[in-house]
Write a protein that binds this ligand. Structure first.
Ligand code: PLP
Length: 397
């Protein structure tokens, strides 16, 4: 087979390779503690499931409009607008089969070959993959580990800007660090965006996965909503990862292009699931509240246990369901100098399966500390306790 040149540039989510490795290890009869994949083992709220079944029985099984069921678009516009302090109408919403499709469709709409894109590294690996696939030039910016949170290295980000820079990808409430922008970061970024005339992809996949306080969207900054597409997803808030439903939300001209891409790709998102989403947004809110309660309990347990391991330092993010501990000391202690041998040895000795910094974009020059990512969305508290006890014994010997 001779594939198109662009296929050489297509990346992937290497976390899925970690998953396959863990599954193969489990198939040999070994116990696994699945901290690697950001999937969820918490059920979708019952009212949401019932609404999907009802919609199916009511005959919502044919195609629906390409940009989504009008009622869902209206409700999303009102809901997302109210929580972000922006006025949206249904014309600002194009429903998608998940949050992820918004990434590729946003770049397809705005990126010409040679255009430069600022994106986080470590970060969700699909940004880097799609930028390169579509002929863009990846310009990573990093996060720095602080006392209480990770912060954006704004100096590095500024140094990456050139006259060819066209897009900023911002994943506030970030995967994998759990970082949340400070007001000062939002202000500095908004100034850069306006000064350099950038478009923004605001990946808000974890906007509602927070444990205290309220999320503040970058679109609420003056002048930003007009140049920003929000990636919205039902995956996390409603524990609907496998249902595949999300939306692109932003200025009508870009939404029109994205809706045209919908016509060319999937025609429309799953019809009856959109009625389940309406129920999720307008019905009994106790389901998402319970999801957050369960996640918070897991976070507190995991952070405490990780910080009890010699050579590991773990911040306590207020958002997302990921932890990104610094394991430099633990690796030194055990004599490891590379991620893969540490990760594999940990898996084989204890069954604890994790992702590492290398699964979140290419490492940047000058990185000296080592980090892993643990997701606690797909593992119960009792298993967290048992798995991290094994982890401690592995490191401390
Ligand atoms: N963006 C980020 C930062 C993510 O972590 C994820 C999933 O893990 C997504 C987008 C896409 O999620 P989905 O396609 O399930 O909505």
């Amino acid at each position: 087979m001779k594939f198109a040149d662009r296929i050489q540039r297509l990346g992937t989510e290497t976390a899925f390779a970690v998953s396959s490795e863990a599954a193969a290890w489990a198939a040999q009869g070994h116990k696994i503690y699945p901290f690697h994949l950001g999937d969820m083992n918490i059920p979708t709220p019952a009212n949401v499931m019932e609404a999907a079944v009802k919609a199916m029985k009511d005959g919502k099984t044919g195609y629906c409009p390409n940009a989504g069921v009008p009622k869902l678009r209206e409700i999303l516009a009102a809901d997302v607008g109210a929580s972000r302090g922006v006025r949206y109408s249904m014309e600002n919403v194009a429903v998608q089969p998940g949050g992820k499709p918004t990434i590729g469709k946003f770049f397809l709409s705005l990126l010409n070959p040679g255009d430069e894109v600022l994106y986080p590294s470590p970060g969700y690996p699909i940004y880097e993959s799609q930028i390169e696939f579509l002929g863009g030039v990846p310009k990573p910016y990093r996060y720095l580990e602080g006392e209480r949170t990770f912060t954006i290295d704004l100096e590095m980000l500024k140094r990456q800007i050139t006259p060819r820079t066209r897009i900023l990808v911002l994943n506030d409430l970030q995967n994998p660090t759990g970082a949340e922008c400070s007001a000062a970061e939002r202000e500095a970024l908004a100034e850069l965006v306006l000064k350099h005339d950038l478009y923004v992809l605001c990946d808000e996949a974890y906007f509602d996965i927070r444990y205290e306080g309220h999320s503040i969207s970058f679109v609420s900054m003056p002048g930003i909503a007009d140049r920003c597409i929000i990636l919205y997803t039902f995956s996390k808030k409603f524990a609907m990862t496998g249902w595949r439903l999300g939306a692109a939300i932003g200025p009508k001209p870009i939404i029109d292009v994205i809706a045209k891409l919908n016509v060319n790709d999937e025609s429309c998102s799953n019809h009856f699931i959109q009625y389940a989403a309406i129920e999720g947004l307008t019905g009994d809110p106790s389901g998402p509240q319970e999801i957050l309660r369960v996640l918070k309990e897991r976070r507190d347990l995991a952070v405490e246990m990780l910080n009890g391991i010699q050579g590991i330092r773990c911040l306590r993010p207020n958002a997302t369901f990921y932890l990104y501990p610094n394991i430099t000391g633990a690796m030194q202690r055990r004599g490891f100098s590379d991620y893969e041998s540490f990760r594999r040895s940990l898996l084989q000795a204890t069954g604890v399966s994790v992702c590492a910094r290398i699964h979140f974009g290419r490492p940047l020059p000058g990185e000296t500390d080592f980090y892993i990512r643990l997701a606690y969305s797909g593992i119960d508290a009792s298993e967290i306790r048992a798995g991290l006890a094994e982890f401690k014994a592995f490191v401390e010997g």
